[in-house]
Design a protein around this ligand. Sequence first.
Ligand SMILES: Nc1ncnc2c1ncn2[C@@H]1O[C@H](COP(=O)(O)OP(=O)(O)OP(=O)(O)O)[C@@H](O)[C@H]1O
Ligand SMILES: [Mg+2]
Length: 241
Amino acid sequence: MNLRCDGLTKTFGRHHALKGASLSVEFAHTLALIGPSGGGKSTLLRVLAGLEFPDAGTVEVNGRRLVFEENALAAYRKKIGVVFQSFNLFPHLSAWDNILLPLEKVHQFPDARQRAAAVLERFGLAAHAAKKPAELSGGQRQRVAIARALAIAPEFILMDEPTSALDPEMTAEVLDVIAELRASAQPLILVTHEMGFARESADAVAFVAGGAVLECTPAREFFQQPRSETARRFLQRILKY
Ligand SMILES: Nc1ncnc2c1ncn2[C@@H]1O[C@H](COP(=O)(O)OP(=O)(O)OP(=O)(O)O)[C@@H](O)[C@H]1O
Ligand SMILES: [Mg+2]
C-alpha cells in the first residue's frame, strides 16, 4: 500500500482537529496511527476512509488521488473495509446475515454466500453463524466485524481501536486475527493504543498529535528512537506501566 497525505485540515466548528496533517508511506502492509487522545487519529482515519471531507489538503492512495465528492467517495468506500471500536453490527441480525447482507445488497456479489462462508471459516466463527451480536463475546463480535470487512476482498482495511472495548484475553484473540491479516499481506491502517502490538506488527508508524503527523517512520525506528520531544514524552508515559 502506498499512501500520501498533504496538508490535511479539518475543523469542527471552531475546533481544529487536523491542522495540516501530511504523511507518506510506501510499500507498507500495516500502518499504525498512534498518539495522545484528541490528537486527530480518528479524524485522519475517517478522512482516509472517505467518511469525512477535509477542509483542505489531498490524499493519494496507491497512486490515485481521492476526489472528495459524494459519488466518487461512494465508489471508493465500496473498495475498502472499515472496522470500528464498537463493532457496528446490526443487533437484530445473526453473524451470518451481518456478513451476507452487505455482500448481496451493497456489492451484489454473485458468490456472496460462498464469500460469507469462507470468512466465517477463516476466522473460526462457523459455529457461531446463527448467533446475534448479543449472544457473542466481545472478541467474537469484533471478529465478525473483521470478517465482514474482509469478505469483499478490500483494497485495504481501516480499523479504529478495534480492541479498546475488549478485556485482555479478547484483545489477544483479536490481535491474533489482525496479525494473521498482516501475514497474508492484507494492507491495513490501524489506530491503536496497543504499543507492543504496533511495535511488533506494524511496518510503519505515524505519530499523530495536535492535529499533525509529527513522525512517519518504520515502526522499529520510531520505538527505538522517536525524533520529536512529544513522541518521546508520549512513549515514556505510556510504556511506564
Ligand atoms: N464530530 C466532531 N465534532 C466536534 N469535534 C470533534 C469531532 N470529531 C472530533 N472532534 C475533535 O477533534 C479532535 C480530534 O479528535 P479525534 O477523535 O480525531 O482524536 P483521537 O486522536 O482519535 O483521540 P482518541 O485517542 O481519544 O480517540 C478532538 O479534540 C475532538 O474533540
Ligand atoms: Mg479516536
